[in-house]
Structure formats: C-alpha cells, structure tokens
Ligand binder design. Structure first.
Ligand SMILES: Cc1ncc(COP(=O)(O)O)c(C=O)c1O
Length: 386
C-alpha cells in the first residue's frame, strides 16, 4: 500500500513537527510534575513553561495579561465555559450559520433552557458574513456576538475587524471561535475589538490534542461554572476570582501545555504568513484541478483571499461518504466527509440533505505531489459514473 496522504488537517494537524514530539518526550521525563503547587526546582521549571506558553499565546493574539490566557481541554471546553459563563436570563445572542457544533450546541441549550434567544446570521454565496447583517440583528438585550473566524467546512475567513467595530459601537461582547485560525492567520484582539478568543491546540498551533483555551479581556464578566483546587490560597472556601484560577481548576494538562509550547514556537519560527502562503498554493492547485473535472461541484471555493486551505466538494452520482471510502481504501488518502460538525453550513450550501461534502484540508507537511495524487484519484472516481 502507498504511504498515507493525509488531507484532514482541519480535523487535527498531522503529523506534528518533529520538535513537538521531541520536546514533549524530554519535558515529561524531566519536568512531569505539578506546576505552581510546590517550591522544588522541577515544579518551578514546569511553571515557567506554563507561563511562557501563556505569554506566547497572549502575544500571538495581542492581549495584555498572560494570566488571562487560560488553558482547557480544547476549544469546545472553553466555548462552553465562556458562553455559559456570560449568558444570563433574558439575553439575546447573535451567531452565524458558519458555526461548529461547539458553538451551536451550547447556544441551543441556552435557548432550550429558556435562558437566551439566539439569532443565526447566514452567509453569502461565496461563504462570507456581511457585518451589516449582524448590525441589523442587534437588539436592546443583545449580550454577545459569537463568530467562527474560519469555517472548517469551506475555509472562508470572516471580516472580524468590521464585526468587532460594530460590537464595540453597540456595547455587545464579541466572542471569536479561532479553532481553525489561531496559528493560521494573524489575529489582533485589540485591532479587531475581540473580547474573548477561544482556541484549540491541536490544529494550526501544532500542539497535541487535549489542550486549548481562551483569552478573556478585562471587563468581560465571565461567571465561574467550575470550582476546585487551584494550588494557591487553599484555605479560601469559595472560588478564586482572579485569572487564571477563575477558569482553571485541577491539575493542568502539562504535557499538553508543553506540546503546545513547542508547537507555537515552531509556528512562530516558520512564520504564520509563510506557512499560510505555502498551504494556499496547494489549495489553489487543488481547486483548479478539481474544478476542471466533469461532475465535480466545489463549494464557496473562489479565490485565495480571506481563505484557509480547506476545500469541500461533491462528485456527481456519489454520496460524499462513498467518495471518502474510495479515497481511503483505493488511494490511501485521508479526508473527512459528511456534515463536519457544522450542520448549518450544509443547510446554506444545499448539502444537508445529500449527506454533506467531501472535505480536503491541507497542512504544513503536504506537498504538490499529494495534491496531484488527490486530483488524479477524484478524477478516476468521477469517471466511474460520468
Ligand atoms: C470551527 C471549529 N470550532 C470548534 C472546533 C472544536 O475544536 P475541538 O474539537 O478541539 O474542541 C472545531 C474542530 O473541528 C472547529 O473546526
């Protein structure tokens, strides 16, 4: 069997840089102890890595205070904490049809439990939200706007600065799901007026699974939804108000933090723009190749501008899942098919009732040869029925 061609980087980046594997291994052997709880050397050195990772990510997002950069299991975990911690009875929340279930579901439950009313803003035929539609949807009781920066189905990158400006002018919190964009494109919380950013470690930040987090700006009143040990001020009976303890309790996933540290360092060294440009050249190669095949429909794949290297398509006469199986079994190409945890995107692009799309997503270790092989494979599959 030929070597695996991995084109499912939107699900998780794979492989990780060699530096990440090596750093995790050596870190855990030398420093696999509980940070912040003790005064011996290894504990202090572990705390240093944790703090430096907070610092690197705070700088990446242009935040101010590394302590407000808190860690969690992943983006879903942080989005739950933020959305549930901010919403109050009677609130109105605006979000978009581009969201992943990690936003749609917490919001659905807030609505179902009678806490908040949720409005979903749709996107245009090219895959972009018009900020004016968000402005028009704002009501007196609108508490927050929640936006997926970059779609995990169609890869389009939303105009955060314009949306953030509208949020600021109207006094509503702006929450960004940066799962597919952190480490992929620049994010500036100040220039974009973002109040809270939620990220995951295992995608474009090149860390392992099981680590993610959020950065919460000052004056954003996120209520505690979890209580527990913090390693400091143990005599206090109540929750601790201050960050990072406000959103973190229990022993941190320090192996995950160490991997994230090495991943972010690697991304910074390579340069976000360099990585993005290389992957977008592959995206363009793929788009042109697929669009030239008879019987292929691509979705919102237009230009490389405001786009991440993610492409969804269907093959005439085939269920998306069957194309995925053929790519896997006959060509050893890994992709993702179906609704990709973002059902509303499929409602808008018209693929909900036909079992979604086939999604190919590129990462830093893909090559032109991988893309050539993927195009050739799709051509052969399309040829079966056309
Ligand atoms: C846009 C978006 N948001 C949230 C998530 C959830 O990330 P995680 O599974 O790491 O919590 C994903 C993962 O695919 C995503 O693509």
């Amino acid at each position: 069997m030929s070597k695996l061609i991995y084109l499912d980087n939107s699900a998780t980046a794979f492989p990780k840089p060699e530096e990440v594997y090596q750093f995790m291994d050596s870190f855990y052997r030398k420093h696999g102890v509980n940070p912040g709880r003790s005064g011996f050397d290894a504990a202090i050195e572990t705390e240093e890595i944790v703090h430096n990772t907070r610092k690197m990510l705070t700088e990446l997002f242009n935040g101010d205070d590394p302590n407000r950069l808190t860690f969690s299991y992943n983006a879903s975990d942080s989005l739950n904490m933020i959305l549930q911690g901010l919403a109050e009875k009677g609130d109105h929340i605006i979000t978009t049809c581009l969201e992943h279930n990690s936003v749609l579901r917490p919001l659905h439950h807030l609505e179902k439990d009678g806490i908040a009313e949720v409005t979903h803003i749709t996107f245009d035929t090219k895959g972009y939200i018009d900020p004016e539609n968000i402005k028009k949807a704002i009501k007196k009781n609108t508490k927050m706007v929640v936006v997926n920066h970059s779609s995990n189905v169609i890869g389009t990158i939303q105009p955060l600065a314009e949306i953030g400006k509208i949020c600021k002018e109207n006094g509503v919190y702006f929450i960004v799901d940066a799962s597919q964009s952190a480490g992929a494109v620049p994010i500036d919380m100040k220039a974009m007026n973002i109040d809270v950013i939620c990220f995951t470690g295992h995608k474009c930040l090149m860390g392992p699974t099981g680590i993610g987090g959020s950065y919460v700006k000052e004056n954003v009143p996120v209520k505690h939804t979890r209580f527990g040990g913090t390693g400091v001020r143990s005599a206090v009976k109540t929750r601790l108000e201050e960050y990072p303890y406000r959103l973190e309790c229990g022993t941190l996933n320090i192996l995950g933090v160490a991997g994230l540290y090495a991943g972010v360092k690697w991304v910074n060294e390579k340069g976000i723009d360099n990585l993005h440009n290389k992957e977008m050249a592959l995206w363009e190669q793929l788009k042109n190749g697929l669009q030239a095949i008879e019987g292929i429909t691509t979705y919102c794949a237009d230009s490389t501008k405001n786009q991440n290297p993610v492409l969804s398509f269907n093959v005439k006469g085939f269920d998306a899942g069957d194309v995925g199986t053929l790519l896997d079994v006959d060509y050893n190409i890994a992709c993702r098919t179906g609704l990709q945890c973002a059902p509303k995107v499929h409602e808008v692009i018209g693929t909900f009732d036909i079992h979604g799309t086939v999604r190919l997503s590129m990462g830093p270790f893909n090559t032109e040869e991988h893309i050539d092989k993927a195009i050739e494979a799709v051509k052969e599959i399309a040829g079966i029925r056309n």
